[in-house]
Design a protein around this ligand. Sequence first.
Ligand SMILES: [Ca+2]
Length: 437
Amino acid sequence: MAHRALRFRRAVITVSPLPPTPAQLRTAPGVRGLTRLRMVTALSTATALIILTLAACSAEAPNAAPATERPAQPTPTQLESGTNPLTPVQPVGDPVVIASGLAAPWSILRLPSGATLISERDTARVRELLPDGSLREVGTVEAAQPNGEGGLLGLAFLADTAAPGGDGWVYAYLSTATDNRIERMPLAGSNGGHTLGAPDLVLDSIPRAGNHNGGRIAFGPDGLLYATVGDAGNPATAQDLDALGGKILRMTPTGDVPIGSEANPFDTLVYSYGHRNPQGIAWDSHGQLWSSEFGQNTWDELNRIVPGGNYGWPTVEGQAGDARFIDPEQQWSTADASPSGLVIVSDTIFLASLRGSRLWSIPITSGSTGGDSSTGAPTAWFVNRYGRLRDVVSGPAGTLWFVSNNTDGRGSPVAGDDRLYQVHVRPVSVPAAMVEP
Ligand SMILES: [Ca+2]
């Protein structure tokens, strides 16, 4: 592990005078927590000018500066603050099975090309869905050491013509024996034959434990990478702004602290804190970030995430009415939810629930970018029909895709588990009889 990380850092450092990563500074003796993370910011500001200067005269610059290697992101349509949300949608008709035989699948990643990759937590495999519903192995994330709730977890994709192979990077959040970390691997090959190149380290030293590893990653409308991090069984870390546990992190595509107009609220990697085990993130049409979070014994949460927000764990769980903390917008008993993956389609939040064995839909009824959006009553779909559900994404042509998670050691798998399902969605206001599912 250390060897891989050191080799990566050396490679980066020889290309240009990049600032040290937070991981590098974490290894520096005598420099701790916020201080070192703030050092990154200061160094980044100073070296940014150097990098820009080099970029003007060096052919190697595209490999060097995060500012030049971040391509434009597909940005969701952004509405003006205060305008109406989009028309809510709901599932229609029966889900159909798209693929079977997945082993503890964790993350569904649909690529711009139309290909679909799925991570498996306990095998550490990335599998590619083929048009006939069969699955092929793209590769194994070698650094992953599955144990308990840890293993190969979230996937994300960044289109980048400067990546080896010219397509982009597949990002993975994974648990090693000692930490959770984010790596990225260049995507190669074409649909039906994708491969992954050698991994680069993006961020390491995220706390790891048997439980509460977080693990969802996604690029935001701002082109920055967000990661949900659990408290790793150490609840106090969630309130410690010097620790990475119990946070939602926000970083550049190379794992650095964003600077300048993109800076985070504490000039560290921390975007929001006081989280227990968040495992779902997505943005609505207003650019508002939403996150799902596992509660302890009482309340699971759906939170509106604002920069610098304190979401209460471990002092409070659920809607506490305590002015020190931001209450969840929705909450459920842990038996009804235990939510993981989350997607927003037409300003309707869909939440894959494990113990609750259902898909929740929650319409956004008043949208804004300022953290004061509101939601309507949640609706439960497919209760106890497919078992535990781990992830849900937007599928092709007006569909949702969701994946069961009955082979993760806590479910009751049946023949064919785990499976990827597809269901059509339609606007809530359209009578079902008018829709061809
Ligand atoms: Ca909370």
